[in-house]
Each structure stands twice: as structure tokens, then as C-alpha cells.
Design a protein around this ligand. Structure first.
Ligand code: DGL
Length: 262
């Protein structure tokens, strides 16, 4: 089926997931929505996050998407149950990768950096209780990080200082895994690598979400049948298009970036 895969995030960060999907599924067409006008979601109430997620899903359905990928931990942990009970098409979500970190940690201490909305959600608490019973999870809210990324200030001094203040207590507690529980944060990995001791492994859920998307497309018989022509990728923002363009500048997959009101 040549209808596109629809992907949305509260802003530009979900492109970290879009990149994984377009790499794994090169023949699929995609539509990405960056809801930057309403970012950050992390500070919003559950009800607000649900209505924004519905708004984005409706737009993607209007654009003929065959599957929805919620490329936002905050939207997934607060709204995916409602989305799944409201819409008939498959809906994929993303959650902090606590499970692999809990399985592999040797120090029995794992750090999770995520938004307030994710860390305070019921879904995150359930996942954490399920997989991290015998380990200590050091949760830190990444206040301000999404805002700086949305402002195009990834490599700023403020970013460096904020990140440093968030990871220092985790390093002191002897974590050996740092889980990035927000799709904006993979863009911070180069800075984090400079700050963290080598023994700390950084994990995010991007690759797992791409694999899950492929599995669900396959089992629902929704994969693109044309495996000769590369996919067409349309990215839309209701915020500043240059921030979205900049974050994608060295990504090899051909795409277009435009503004759209939604
Ligand atoms: N990319 C979103 C996430 O994964 C950021 C949330 C926000 O806008 O605060 O949680």
C-alpha cells in the first residue's frame, strides 16, 4: 500500500525516529508533523496532551496515512490508550527503554532523562515497576532541554550547563546506563558523550520503534509494494521551518520541509 506512514511529535525531536524509520523502510512514503507551536508537551496536563495528540492524528488521517507513529514519549505515555481506542488504524508508540537497561545494568543503577509529563505518567510507572524491580532508577526531568532544541540552540552554552546539571547526580550515583526518554534527546548524544564516563551506555528507543513499525506494517499487510522507487518524505511544522530544516541538514534521505497549520 503506497499511503504514507504518519509520524508526529510535539516538535522537531521526533525526526530522530523518522530517520530510523526512513533508514529501515526506504521505499515507504512518510509524512511527519512537528507540533512545535504547542511544544513543549512535557509541561502540559494529560488532557491537553490527549487533545493535541488527537489533533495531530486527525491531520495525519486527512493526509491519508495508513499507520500512525507517535514519535513522542510524552504523547505516548499520556495519550496512546485514547488514540488506540478512538482510531481503527495501527498506532505505534514510544516509551523510555527501561527494559534493556534493567536487563544489562551491572551497577543496578540506571538513569532516565525524560520530560515531567513522561516521568509522572501512569504508563511510565507501570513499565518501570514491571522491569526495574531490583534496580535503582534515577529519574531526572530534563527541564528546558526541549525548549532549547526547539529554539535551534543544541550546541549552546545553556544546553551544556543544563545537561551537566542533570547528569552529574546520575554519575555520582554510579549509573551504567542512561535512558533517553524523549525523542528530542538523541540530538544531545554528541554532547552527552563528552560529559559521561565511557562506562555509561546511552540508550534510546528509536531503532526499536522503527523495527516495530516494520513488523506491524508486515503483519497488517500494509507494506509498500513498490520496492524500486524510494519513498517520498514530507515534513511539516506549525512553527519555525528553519529549525526543522537545520536539524535534518546532514540526513541523506531526500525530503521536503514546509509549514502547515494544524
Ligand atoms: N519529543 C517529546 C518526547 O519524546 C518532547 C516532549 C515535549 O514536548 O516536552 O517526550
Amino acid at each position: 500500500m503506497n499511503h504514507p506512514i504518519g509520524i508526529f511529535d510535539s516538535g522537531v525531536g521526533g525526526t530522530s525516529i523518522w530517520k530510523e524509520i526512513t533508514t529501515l523502510l526506504p521505499y515507504e512514503n512518510t509524512v511527519f508533523l512537528a507540533d512545535s507551536k504547542y511544544a513543549p508537551y512535557g509541561k502540559r496536563s494529560k488532557d491537553e496532551i490527549i487533545s493535541l495528540s488527537i489533533k495531530n492524528t486527525e491531520k495525519l488521517l486527512e493526509l491519508n496515512c495508513k499507520i500512525i507513529v507517535v514519535a513522542c514519549n510524552t504523547a505516548t505515555t499520556n495519550a496512546i490508550k485514547t488514540l488506540r481506542s478512538t482510531y481503527d488504524i495501527p498506532i505505534i508508540g514510544i516509551e523510555p527503554a527501561i527494559k534493556p537497561a534493567a536487563i544489562h545494568t551491572k551497577t543496578k543503577k540506571v538513569g532516565v532523562l525524560a520530560t515531567k509529563g513522561t516521568l509522572s505518567s501512569q504508563l511510565f510507572t507501570e513499565t518501570s515497576d514491571l522491569y526495574a524491580q531490583n534496580i535503582e532508577v534515577i529519574e531526572v526531568i530534563g527541564s528546558g532541554l526541549v525548549e532549547l532544541i526547539e529554539d535551534g540552540k543544541i550546541n549552546s552554552k545553556e544546553m551544556y550547563q543544563l545537561l551537566h546539571s542533570y547528569v552529574t547526580p546520575m554519575i555520582q550515583k554510579n549509573i551504567d546506563y542512561l535512558v533517553l526518554g524523549c525523542t528530542h534527546y538523541p540530538y544531545l548524544i554528541p554532547i552527552l558523550k563528552k560529559m559521561l564516563p565511557d562506562k555509561i551506555t546511552i540508550i534510546d528507543s528509536g531503532e526499536a520503534v522503527a523495527k516495530q513499525t516494520k513488523n506491524i506494517l508486515t503483519t497488517n499487510d500494509l507494506l509498500q509494494s513498490d520496492t524500486i522507487t524510494l519513498g517520498v518524505h514530507k515534513l511539516y511544522t506549525n512553527g519555525n521551518a528553519s529549525v526543522l530544516k537545520d536539524i535534518l541538514h546532514n540526513h541523506a534521505v531526500k525530503h521536503t520541509v514546509n509549514t502547515l497549520s494544524f
